[in-house]
Design a protein. Structure first.
Length: 250
């Protein structure tokens, strides 16, 4: 599968390296145990993978993971200060976010679709980083993988009141209107939310690339279902972050 290393904030800060790469995976065979996935990707450390249920539940990993780590059920965000674990997050239109507190050397991932953003998953992650690791939001860097953007995310037919909920929480700019169609701007909403939680603009690297229409042919649930009219998307994006000390070759 195509392997892409995304340049970003997380190259070498304060003697700690983090890596951020995105892998295109066949979704049907990769959601077994994280050990299978880890082996396929050739990762040297145990990998923490979440079930991702569009919740705002956060898990803090404090002890070493067993080699045969199961998928972590019921959560959409992980935080750790450990350097012997890799945090992973799947996505295929939703926002996959990687976070790094460069002072306290804490990393986190979260998965946020419209439900996660409405239920403030980023705020929950930042809150836990502050309360459990004494993080200062000023030191937290956040980078996101390509996700569906307002060029494509048409929610005019959504049966829930998504448009109203987004505009009441994030303002009318979170919705792009074109004729009778309404498009959600998840990136804008997340940016507003992160700003509210005191993350500085210069510390946000929120991808503008659209999974549904990019020439890079990213996996997109929306494109598969609503444009190509296929049943199941074949691939998924997988982003990871880990702490590695200087001199390491990961
Ligand atoms: Zn698009």
């Amino acid at each position: 599968m195509g392997y892409r290393l995304f340049p970003g904030f997380f190259k070498a800060i304060n003697g700690i390296h983090t890596t951020f790469y995105i892998e295109k995976l066949r979704s049907s065979i990769d959601r077994k145990t994280s050990q299978d996935l880890s082996r396929r990707l050739g990762l040297a450390k145990p990998l923490a993978v979440m079930e991702q249920v569009h919740s705002n539940s956060v898990l803090v990993i404090k002890s070493a993971l067993p080699k045969k780590q199961e998928i972590i059920q019921g959560v959409d965000a992980l935080i750790t200060k450990r350097d012997d674990v890799i945090l992973g997050v799947y996505s295929g239109d939703c926002v996959a976010a990687l976070c790094f507190d460069q002072e306290k050397r804490v990393i986190a991932v979260f998965h946020a679709g419209y439900n996660g953003i409405l239920s403030d998953i980023s705020g929950k992650v930042i809150y836990r980083m502050i309360h459990e690791f004494d993080s200062n939001p000023r030191d937290i860097l956040i980078q996101t993988a390509p996700a569906i953007q307002s060029c494509c995310y048409n929610v005019s037919d959504a049966r829930d009141n998504r448009v109203q909920r987004f505009s009441s929480q994030f303002g009318d700019d979170a919705i792009v209107k074109q004729g009778s169609n309404a498009y959600l701007d998840l990136r804008y909403a997340l940016k507003r939310q992160l700003t509210k939680h005191k993350i500085s603009r210069k510390n946000m690297l929120l991808s503008r690339e659209c999974t549904a229409c990019s020439e890079n042919d990213y996996p997109s649930h929306y494109r598969t279902k609503f444009i190509e009219k296929k049943k199941q998307r074949e691939y998924t994006l997988f982003s990871t972050i880990e702490l590695t000390h200087d001199g390491s070759t990961t």
